[in-house]
Design a protein around this ligand. Structure first.
Ligand code: ATP
Length: 142
């Protein structure tokens, strides 16, 4: 079996909670972070660790030892300022791979400038995926 990877997922909204749950089911360790206590409570039985914290606070990220994780995912969308700040801090702390979700092209451009390793545009990426599925010959099997 492939060895377990340690992920930190910041923001446990629809995207972050679904991503972190799936990573856990795939056998990996996930630390979920959200400033909303309700979101953290909902995920506490599912994830390896979950904490209520503000990911734009450098001291908080340091004390959680986030820099030792293999990969950190910034799954904050609406609050672009918080998304950018969290991404900057994760890169500065030296997290090896930083992934972030972007809602607009502008948001994505800023994340790219910061040095985010992989930028995800959920709706755009899903549209492309579904298009490929719709032209797949296996579609008629559904
Ligand atoms: P989704 O579509 O995945 O539900 P969204 O794109 O609407 O999310 P937001 O609602 O802005 O994105 O953020 C997702 C989660 O990130 C929320 O649960 C929110 O509480 C959390 N979040 C926002 N800012 C911070 C922060 N500074 N620190 C920690 N968590 C945060």
């Amino acid at each position: 079996m492939a060895s377990s990877i340690q992920y930190a997922v910041i923001g446990l909204g629809r995207f972050g909670s679904s991503l972190s749950k799936e990573l856990t089911e795939l056998g990996h360790e996930v630390l979920g972070i959200d400033r909303d206590e309700e979101k953290v409570d909902e995920m506490s039985d599912i994830l390896t660790h979950s904490v209520v914290a503000d990911a734009t606070d450098e001291e908080v990220l340091r004390s959680l030892g986030v820099r030792n994780f293999d990969c950190a995912v910034v799954a904050i969308g609406d609050n672009i300022q918080a998304s950018i700040m969290a991404a900057i801090l994760l890169k500065e702390l030296g997290v090896k791979t930083v992934v972030a979700k972007a809602l607009t092209d502008q948001h994505g451009k800023v994340l790219e400038k910061i040095g985010v390793d992989r930028i995800i545009f959920p709706e755009r990426d899903m549209g492309i995926r579904v298009a490929h599925q719709l032209v797949s010959p296996n579609l008629l099997d559904f």
